[in-house]
Design a protein around this ligand. Structure first.
Ligand code: SF4
Ligand code: SF4
Length: 443
């Protein structure tokens, strides 16, 4: 509930000038926006996150994962999915207000346009308003065009290596599917930040709708509470809301991205009258204010069993991902026997054939040396040993193992093939069987 005051009365309220609060959600948001902007640019450029479509690679945390490294990709995707689910259940749409690139760039474009309008208004105050507006629009669009190219470049870098992308951009590639897609993304980015902006959040983005499903009675909200009828109806909370809503109507409006700007506004107005603000972050509609004195786990949002289970699942997938990454080898060797013919005899020697595949998933050229273990008098016939493999390439080939017929005492003998990286480290071992003619045992 709030008191409706005539505008003329509200205008008479003289608010004493007070120093602004030291920490406001606005400042916190802007700091986080800046950090997220840097993160948005850095993630694909430092290979921390990229689904590289042309190369069919998934870059995660500096690792170049091949599409067949199912376990790691599975754990990484499940970890990211539960991170989104867990943060949405606990903190609602705080991601939208504080970290979403769409929100960051929309607000930045509005701020830039407003500052430009003020600057042109001051500098050419004697121009007619229509000419000033035209000048603002022209400068704004002229600046936003190259910025859109840059942002689209950063966005597409999540799917194409930045170096390849730069070459395409410099060549003004408009012939291939990749070039046309890049031009389309640039145009969409330009239209988004000139026309759509935050309307994207309430019309196109599915996350706001998803939040309606994931949220519950303990999810963080921005909530207006006025049991003492303190509201002076100044509407500053409405004016500062960049989503254009009145938080006093309901804390569950789909437009609300939980940014906290209205909290700052109310604290500013009522704080000058020596009163507390009426809008707060709360844990659900009925829950207490966030940050209130209570056990730190509850303060962090762990308020019921559901959240604990989600956190445990997140920890499981995080551990699985960590183990899978730490067990990963940059050079993957696979060996299998060629059993189209069991063996070959030539000049008192018996031969068994094997196939190998060496995938170098690291960023450096590498080589592998094959050797034999636990097979007496055997020798390896391979065109080159060590076998060199360029970074990101796969080499396939065959080799034969031979031994004198006289030493092949059994039809089937177990032995091991060792594949050792030339750079050192423990070799891969492959248990194999060597087949000899059956008559050897009867002689
Ligand atoms: S109502 Fe408040 S928290 Fe919600 S979007 Fe508007 S300013 Fe942000
Ligand atoms: S800023 Fe506070 S006092 Fe002013 S209208 Fe909003 S809730 Fe009421």
């Amino acid at each position: 509930m709030y008191i409706i005051m005539p505008i003329s009365e509200a205008a008479k309220i003289r608010l004493p000038a007070l120093p602004p609060p030291r920490v406001t959600y606005h400042r916190l948001r802007k700091s986080i926006h800046f950090a997220c902007f840097l993160g948005f640019l850095a993630l694909p450029f430092f290979d921390w996150m990229r689904f590289d479509i042309p190369r069919q690679r998934f870059y995660f945390a500096g690792y170049e994962l091949w599409i067949n490294e199912f376990a790691i990709i599975f754990f990484a995707l499940m970890f990211l999915m539960f991170l989104i689910i867990g943060s949405s259940i606990a903190y609602g749409r705080v991601y939208c207000g504080y970290m979403c690139p769409q929100m960051i760039f929309s607000e930045a474009s509005i701020t830039f346009e407003n500052r430009l309008r003020r600057w042109i208004g001051k500098r050419w105050f004697d121009w007619p308003a229509a000419r000033r507006n035209l000048a603002v629009r022209a400068v704004f669009l002229a600046v936003l065009a190259p910025v859109s190219v840059f942002l689209a470049f950063a966005f597409i870098s999540y799917f194409v290596a930045p170096r390849d992308l730069l070459q395409r951009l410099l060549a003004l590639d408009m012939h291939t599917a990749g070039g046309v897609a890049g031009a389309a993304v640039t145009l969409i980015t330009f239209l988004d930040f000139t026309l759509l902006r935050q309307r994207f959040c309430t019309t196109v983005c599915p996350y706001g709708y998803l939040q309606g499903i994931l949220g519950d009675h303990n999810t963080l909200l921005v909530h207006y509470r006025d049991e003492g009828r303190q509201c002076v109806a100044c509407k500053k909370c409405v004016r500062v809301c960049h989503m254009g809503i009145d938080i006093r109507q309901s804390p569950f409006q789909i437009e609300c991205v939980h940014c906290g700007e209205c909290i700052d506004a109310c604290v500013d107005v009522l704080g000058r009258m020596g009163k507390k603000g009426l809008i707060h972050y709360t844990w659900g509609e009925q829950g207490g204010e966030a940050g209130a004195h209570e056990p730190w786990l509850r303060r962090l949002g762990l308020r019921d069993a559901k959240r604990v289970i989600v956190l445990l699942l997140l920890a499981c997938y995080g551990c699985g991902l960590f183990v899978a990454l730490s067990m990963r080898r940059a050079v993957l060797v696979q060996i299998s026997p060629e059993r189209a013919s069991l063996y070959r005899i030539d000049s008192s020697q018996v031969f068994n054939k094997f196939r190998f595949s060496i995938a170098n998933r690291g960023g450096q050229r590498s080589a592998v040396i094959f050797s034999l273990d636990q097979l007496q008098a055997a020798s390896l016939a391979i065109p080159e040993n060590p076998v060199a493999v360029e970074a990101g390439k796969t080499v396939q080939g065959e080799f034969e193992i031979s031994r004198p017929l006289a030493t092949a005492a059994q039809e089937v003998e177990h032995f091991r093939i060792l594949a050792s990286p030339v750079t050192g480290g423990s070799p891969d071992t492959f248990p194999m069987t060597f087949l000899s003619p059956p008559q050897r045992s009867s002689q």
